[in-house]
Design a protein. Structure first.
Length: 84
């Protein structure tokens, strides 16, 4: 199964860049019909993970994917599943 991975560690303090990278990875998954995107906000204080989850729950983003899975073994990882 093909999978895309987005690690946000390097851009954690640049809000606009985070949104553009999240938009880019979602569009790439749709265009290439990728079934799974792994987003790594990291563990930290949890603020970046909350930002990612808020992005994924936006009205314009929510219809693009099938479901979100928060990794139970690794707090700093989110899986976004697509149904193409």
């Amino acid at each position: 199964m093909a999978k895309l991975k987005l690690d946000l560690h390097d851009i954690y303090n640049r809000g606009g860049k985070i949104d553009s990278e999240l938009n880019r990875i979602m569009q790439e998954a749709i265009e290439k019909k990728i079934a799974l995107v792994e987003i790594i906000p990291g563990k930290g204080s949890g603020q970046l993970k909350k930002k990612v989850l808020r992005f994924l729950n936006r009205k314009d983003i929510r219809p693009l994917y099938h479901r979100i899975e928060k990794d139970s073994k690794n707090f700093g990882r989110i899986f976004v599943h697509f149904r193409h």
